[in-house]
Design a protein around this ligand. Sequence first.
Ligand code: BTN
Length: 249
Amino acid sequence: MTENILTEYGVFCPLFHEKSTFSTNDLAKEYEKTFGTDAVFVADTQTGGRGRCGHTFLSPEGGLYASYLFHPTSPAERMHVTAAAAVAVAEALREMGVAPSIKWVNDVYIGGKKVAGILSEGAIENGKYRYAVVGIGINLADGCEKAGIADIATSVEAESGRIPDKTALLGRVLSRFLEALADDEKTMRLYRENCFVIGKDVEVRDGELAYPAYVKDMTQNGELLLKLPNGEEKTLCAGEVHIRVKQTK
Ligand code: BTN
């Protein structure tokens, strides 16, 4: 089904809605191969939803699962697609009266629990994006208890007492996202200001390697500045790295 229902949010490309699909990011990449134009893909459920580093992203009914395929014109190194999406999701949720913050690199949290995740993919050639796909998953209805993940995940319903209209929320997220893409400097400032891992002790997981560190700050490019227990300082790029915030007693 093709609809143009996001024009009032400044998004002028077709939207394809599926009841169930493997992954909306895959739909976007397939579409890119055939048509090569911008489009939005939404599914009520995903059977193969995924996050960074090949992690599974549980996608039962009651969530918003969407991917935006677009063709950035700026050089790839100046694009901060994941940061722009995280800022956009956080802003759109804040407008609903909840208090989200960003867990570097690509997650949005409320009260210490994950409410949304972002998976940016794309193809870069000669320092420029050929295309980019930003996939956004937001837990809307309160199914965390049932799914046995209530200790680590939350939902918009659990935090605000209501389930937002999916189209309206997606429209607000994408319009904030387009604004965020247009102003790198402001976006990276907001990304840093909203990133709750700064000033925290964390455990860094890099493949088989795990080590403790203190997060001193974030660079303008969105990398973390770490202080290691031996006093050394290190810059952490996203790559295949995960961090876990240590609980304070
Ligand atoms: C993460 O938790 O690391 C990111 C999760 C991203 C999930 C979204 S849902 C829509 C799109 N399709 C996917 O398979 N993943 C993204």
